[in-house]
Design a protein around this ligand. Structure first.
Ligand code: NAI
Length: 359
């Protein structure tokens, strides 16, 4: 579901919105810096085609807002931001396009620290960084750590719902067999889960299903296929008023940013007895890894910090069960509390920027 911006509230929700255009390289991009209360806005660069400019701006701003909540709840010293590069077809010199984008990032004065997202690679981030800006993900793809955190979230949700240990025998449908979906499916299979794999790239789904002893589900049947856990690891807004009645799972928990089309979809899921783990809680493993790299933390500490997502999910679901709210409401309230407390402490006028070491 993509729609144009219509309300003032949405137009002004981001701290800063930058539209970028460089005719020489065919660049059209959007940078949305949602909130820098906790630090420079950290968020990936997505490259894909959009129906129109408004759809690109809409998606960019929503993803940036989710990054604010993600970084806050993961207790990281970053604000939220995101960028999208509108994919207008093949480009002659991709590195030059990325460097051009990097020059626009430079104009944010360090308030935006880009990383990898759908449609961009570590090589793209290295090219963006060549414009002299701090970037994340230029050396290492954080996807395996994102997958580890999503796995921890899924296990915690199943354990909390069923009052048991582990996920042995539970059926998990992974939608999207890409960087995160692949690692997630392998991790869960190793824990004894039964895997179903759906991808618009049928060969990719087939290869992953074979690797994890699972089965392929046609991409268009993913949402309606019975399973314990639906793990969206592909596109945004898969749960909407139009799709929620088709779902045949007990839990929705995955990596895909912006899984719900609207906040009301969390209530719709709850009304159907489906537990929803907010995407920005489950998929924080990647940003935790980015922060660990910047601080030079060792792998044991990083692993523990990523696995802490499981405890966070358990806490959210328990509070939601006790209060009768959705986990989304509880998570948003917690994030808002963290931001409000930080705003009290932060001197007026100081915009955090990336350090020379980058993020
Ligand atoms: P990716 O591009 O490596 O993989 C996406 C996969 O989904 C591809 O195999 C693609 O063919 C498939 N796909 C696309 N549309 C589909 C559809 N309608 N139905 C089924 N499959 C479809 O992306 P990646 O890195 O694995 O990310 C997946 C999601 O997780 C994205 O929404 C991303 O924003 C989110 N995410 C990723 C993080 C990371 O560390 N890579 C961190 C946090 C969120």
């Amino acid at each position: 579901m993509e729609r144009a911006l219509t309300h003032d509230e949405e137009t002004w929700a981001s701290e800063q919105l930058v539209l970028c255009r460089d005719e020489r390289h065919g660049l059209r991009a959007v940078i949305a810096i949602d909130d820098t209360t906790l630090g420079p806005g950290l968020g990936g660069v997505r490259r894909r085609a959009y129906a129109d400019d408004a759809a690109a701006i809409f998606e960019c701003r929503r993803l940036a807002a989710a990054m604010t909540r993600k970084n806050a709840l993961a207790e990281l010293p970053y604000g939220g931001a995101k960028a999208v590069i509108l994919d207008g077809g093949p480009v002659a010199d991709r590195a030059a396009l990325m460097r051009s984008f990097g020059r626009f990032v430079a104009r944010t004065g360090g308030a935006y620290v880009p990383g990898v997202d759908m449609g961009t690679t570590t090589a793209d981030l290295a090219a963006i960084g060549a414009a002299g800006v701090a970037v994340s993900c230029a050396q290492e793809d954080p996807s395996p750590w994102t997958a580890l955190g999503v796995a921890a979230a899924i296990v915690a949700a199943v354990e909390q719902l069923d009052g048991r240990d582990g996920i042995d025998g539970a059926t998990v449908l992974v939608q999207g067999a890409g960087h995160v979906g692949d690692a997630l499916a392998r991790d869960l299979a190793a824990r004894g889960a039964r895997l179903l794999v759906a991808d618009v790239d049928a060969a990719r789904a087939q290869a992953l299903a074979a690797a994890v002893g699972g089965a392929v589900v046609p991409a268009e049947e993913a949402l309606g296929t019975p399973c314990d856990v639906l793990a969206p690891c592909a596109v945004a807004r898969v749960v909407s008023a139009a799709t929620v009645d088709r779902l045949a799972c007990r839990v929705v928990a995955g990596a895909a940013n912006d899984t719900l089309a609207t906040r009301a979809d969390a209530e719709r899921l709850a009304a159907r007895g489906i537990a929803y783990v907010p995407d920005f809680v489950a998929n924080a493993g990647g940003v935790v890894q980015i922060d660990a790299l910047a601080r030079g933390r060792d792998e044991a500490r990083l692993r523990a910090d990523v696995l802490a997502i499981g405890a966070r999910v358990r806490g959210l679901l328990e509070e939601a069960a006790a209060s009768g709210e959705t986990a989304l409401t509880v998570a948003e309230r917690r994030a808002a509390g963290i931001l409000a407390a930080a705003r009290e402490r932060r001197p007026e006028g100081r915009t955090p920027t990336a350090t020379a070491a980058g993020a």
